[in-house]
Design a protein around this ligand. Structure first.
Ligand code: UTP
Length: 297
């Protein structure tokens, strides 16, 4: 039985260039799906999985992210005065217990592996989670919770995995499957964004990880990988032949790539349709839109 996972790293130091000019002044993670910023979805998922300590790896210009988790006394006072209890409840979810949240600066965007390594001093000798907030996963049981439960059985390192269309596979880190046990696969190899002809499978790594502290040692070597960046995938791949091994977990749920514009728009529609107060109006609009598109063809 593996140790409990209570710490999560949120690497949010990337430049978010695909959303320029918006990300010139707002962090990508503050961009809003319906009425909640991406980071709130990530935090809610982490909490559901039993995470108690939240470590953000940030960079210059991410101040709005830190403010988001602060108490807002003026706003709270106003809402209380007006008897807006429901909104008070909504705000409560954005508050963090004192000492539960830590910020670490990544001074240069040297890659996801480097961002995780920046948080090394805050991770003890226990497994920890990594969540990329721009992968938003709609699931009945939150994805990280599914993984924490599976990891309690497997130990080792675990990455969220998802089949992607073969022609898109080279945009991802891909798994070479040594043993397919259905929901869990034993990983025999991992490669970051290979050429299409070199792809070992179309089973892609998605932005949820449960890692052992050994990964931080591997990252110490600061090897540059694909794109000249320090890749997390490479540090995880070093553990494949280790004592504990690496596992892929085919999660239940739908993943949206909110780091891309198309994925973000799809997520907006899906999360909008999932909301009782919005569904009818949005659905009617979409139907009218499709009908008029068809009529125009
Ligand atoms: P992305 O590859 O999406 O890069 O990073 P990005 O900079 O956020 O966005 P684009 O491609 O320029 O539009 C995946 C995750 O890794 C983090 C990002 O913040 C994001 O959560 N990251 C990436 C870092 O924290 N540091 C890095 O050096 C690189």
């Amino acid at each position: 039985m593996s140790k409990k996972v209570t710490k999560a790293i949120f690497p949010v130091a990337g430049l978010g260039t695909r959303f320029l000019p918006a990300t010139k002044s707002i962090p990508k993670e503050i961009m809003t799906l319906v009425d909640r910023p991406l980071i709130q979805y990530a935090i809610d998922e982490a909490r559901a999985a039993g995470i108690k300590e939240f470590i953000f790896v940030t960079s210059r210009g991410k101040g709005a992210l830190e403010d988001y988790f602060d108490h807002s006394p003026v706003l709270e006072q106003e809402l209380r005065k007006k008897g807006k209890d429901q909104l008070m409840e909504v705000l409560k979810n954005t508050n963090m217990e004192s000492g539960a949240i830590a910020y670490m600066r990544q001074h240069k965007a040297l890659g996801l592996g480097h961002a995780v390594w920046c948080a090394r001093r805050l991770i003890g000798n226990e497994p920890f989670a990594v969540i990329l907030p721009d992968d938003v996963i709609a699931a009945e049981k939150p994805c990280l919770q599914q993984m924490v439960e599976a990891h309690a059985e497997t130990g080792g390192c675990m990455v969220a995995a998802m089949e992607v269309p073969p022609e898109k596979a080279s945009a991802y880190g891909l798994l070479d499957v040594a043993e397919d046990q259905g929901q869990i696969v034993k990983v025999g190899g991992m490669v970051e964004k290979p050429k299409l002809e070199d792809a070992p499978s179309n089973l892609a790594v998605i932005g949820r990880y449960i890692l052992t502290p050994k990964i931080l040692n591997n990252l110490n070597k600061k090897h540059k990988g694909t794109g000249g960046e320090i890749q997390l995938t490479d540090a995880i791949a070093e553990e494949i032949n280790g004592d504990e091994g690496v596992f892929g977990y085919r999660f239940n749920g739908e993943r949206f790539d909110c780091g891309s514009k198309a994925g973000f728009l799809q997520a907006t529609v899906a999360f909008g349709l999932a909301r009782d107060e919005l569904r009818t109006e949005l659905w009617d609009y979409l139907q009218d839109l499709v009908a008029s598109e068809k009529a125009a063809q």
